[in-house]
Design a protein around this ligand. Structure first.
Ligand code: C2E
Ligand code: CA
Ligand code: CA
Ligand code: CA
Length: 277
């Protein structure tokens, strides 16, 4: 409601269209979600290819919206990323996920946990301090934390990402490259940066049985990773044939609906009990 300078008639501002208005109100809601604790983490198992033993979990954020129900990250993470709110959200997510892993640890189970870090947060030089503080307050050793970053985040500012990554490495956290193979990047970062894990993107995994080119790409990615001493994770494994193919290729870890969907911490407990019995 802009005030006209003349007759006091509210004038329509073309610069602020309805989409912007909707975005703004959504953004305000998302801010409220942070203070009202409406964000919840779901945890998806990562298991060993051979014996399907739980190796760790990836923390994936959801918004328990009071009217709209449980919203997935695509419905609000990009909005947060387009504004500074992603920094608050990431701190919040780190507290939730690392806090949960700390609870598991005190209950006698050391469960490695992976957290997704957006480009803007990787390029934030205060990220290592935040991570260090959250680990300390949760009583979680840094070695149980993996941060998942993308190739495009590295390419956005190689110098800055190197700085942030080496400080994270000094803390003792692990670094995974998420969606490996989908960014338009040089591979030099694999040589220059402290990377521990490659997560091969679901688009290659989901078609590797039947599409020989996808199979070749997966095979080569696993081979490259192993020669560099990196752990390989296959994302989006949905069927037994793919699981078998990945075992044949010596992939280390798998993640996907075949093994387990992302679930709340309480359900993860049931999932574990079911598999142990
Ligand atoms: P991502 O990091 O690549 O996460 C994997 C996505 O694939 C998750 O979607 C997961 O539910 C889905 N997925 C796992 N296994 C399968 C499968 O077998 N088949 C299929 N079709 N999908 C599978 P989700 O939870 O909707 O997350 C989407 C993206 O949102 C994530 O992609 C990540 O980029 C982003 N995201 C999620 N949580 C966070 C967070 O806490 N912070 C930030 N910055 N981004 C997040
Ligand atoms: Ca991820
Ligand atoms: Ca991924
Ligand atoms: Ca992805």
């Amino acid at each position: 409601s802009a005030k006209g300078s003349g007759g006091g008639i509210a004038s329509y501002q073309p610069s602020m269209d309805e989409t912007d208005a909707r975005k703004l109100s959504r953004l305000a809601e998302l801010r409220r979600a942070l203070t009202e604790n409406e964000l919840v983490m779901h945890y998806q198992p990562l298991v060993d290819v051979g014996n399907s033993k739980l190796h760790g979990v990836e923390a994936l954020v959801r918004w328990q919206h009071p009217e709209e129900g449980l919203l997935g990250p695509i419905e609000f993470v990009p909005l947060a990323e387009s504004t500074g709110l992603i920094h608050d959200m990431t701190r919040h997510v780190l507290r939730l996920a690392i806090g949960q892993a700390g609870e598991w640890l005190r209950a006698g189970e050391a469960v490695p946990i992976s957290v997704n870090i957006s480009t803007r947060c990787l390029l934030d030089v205060t990220l290592p301090d935040t991570v260090e503080a959250v680990l300390a307050s949760a009583g979680l050793p840094a070695s149980l934390l993996t941060l998942e970053i993308t190739e495009s985040a590295i390419m956005a500012d190689p110098q800055r990402s190197r700085e942030v990554l080496s400080r994270l490495e000094a803390l003792g956290t692990r670094i995974a490259i998420d969606d490996f193979g989908t960014g338009y990047t040089s591979m030099a970062y694999l040589r220059d940066l402290p990377i521990h894990e490659l997560k091969i993107d679901r688009t290659f995994i989901s078609r590797m049985v039947g599409e020989s080119k996808d199979a070749i790409i997966v095979h080569t990615a696993i081979d490259l990773a192993h020669r560099l001493g990196l752990t390989t994770v296959a994302e989006g494994v949905e069927d037994e044939n793919t699981m078998t193919a990945l075992a044949d290729l010596d992939c280390d870890l798998v993640q996907g609906y075949l093994v387990g969907r992302p679930m709340a911490a309480e359900q993860l407990r049931d999932w574990l009990d079911l598999r142990l019995n």
